[in-house]
Design a protein around this ligand. Sequence first.
Ligand SMILES: NC(=O)c1ccc[n+]([C@@H]2O[C@H](COP(=O)([O-])OP(=O)(O)OC[C@H]3O[C@@H](n4cnc5c(N)ncnc54)[C@H](OP(=O)(O)O)[C@@H]3O)[C@@H](O)[C@H]2O)c1
Length: 255
Amino acid sequence: MKTIALNTGAKMPMVGLGTWKMSDAEAESSVRTALAAGYRHIDTATLYGNERGVGTGIRGSGVPREEVFVTTKLWPTDFFSPEKAFEQSLKHLAVEYVDLYLVHWPIPLMPKSVWLAMEKLYKSGRAKAVGISNYGIGDIEKLLEYASVVPAVNQIKFSPFYYSGEILACCASHNIIVEAYSPLTRGYQLNDATVVAVAKKYAKTPAQVMLRWCLEHHTVPLPKSTHAQRIEENANIFDFELAREDIIALDGLAG
Ligand SMILES: NC(=O)c1ccc[n+]([C@@H]2O[C@H](COP(=O)([O-])OP(=O)(O)OC[C@H]3O[C@@H](n4cnc5c(N)ncnc54)[C@H](OP(=O)(O)O)[C@@H]3O)[C@@H](O)[C@H]2O)c1
């Protein structure tokens, strides 16, 4: 699997399996399927309630832990005890460390102590990288006023139907990699006429076109599926490139 370098120097595989809405059992089998299909990157969160399933899936896959990039997230209800929440996540995943730990969602007046605790986890080596999610430009600028560790990643909603060049430029200027969540619009726009036409042109599926579009914008898509055939399909996006005019046509779909 192709990788992209984080500002920590670590390499992150350029497609990750999303697991939102999966039960523990679904997460376990989807993670095993994904790792067998060549994925090396799994995205979960405390909020999803499936860290145990994700951990069991990784262990059951036979792929060594150090070859899998594992992300989990800190939910705002844990903002006053980030370390305790992090310990719980490690325990549920049954891992010694995570590759990426994200502040799941910023809230107004978020105490600085949250990010300072994230920095501490990073420095302890138990979170190999730390980052943010759902941060807008203003949130990032506010954070960087006091952060001594620049977030490695900002995980945001990103697809041809939810596209902002400004947030991409802001993240790029700070060397923050953008991860694309809901890159398939949760399935709702896969029949869009423009997406279908571009897919036909490349003999690919609409899902593959949407995910390739994420790569063309140097973002890392995190498609979720519990179906083996789709899991495979969603990672099979490295053998074609979208022409500039098709990228622009897809960019234009955002409302
Ligand atoms: N940081 C955050 O706040 C945040 C928020 C939302 C999501 N996320 C992360 O991003 C991941 C992905 O986002 P998402 O789950 O919202 O939505 P998504 O990946 O855009 O779409 C998932 C939906 O598309 C279907 N699907 C997947 N592959 C397909 C294919 N090849 N053809 C047709 N349909 C397909 C899935 O159905 P089946 O499962 O039935 O195949 C599911 O209903 C999440 O799972 C989560 O890890 C993060």
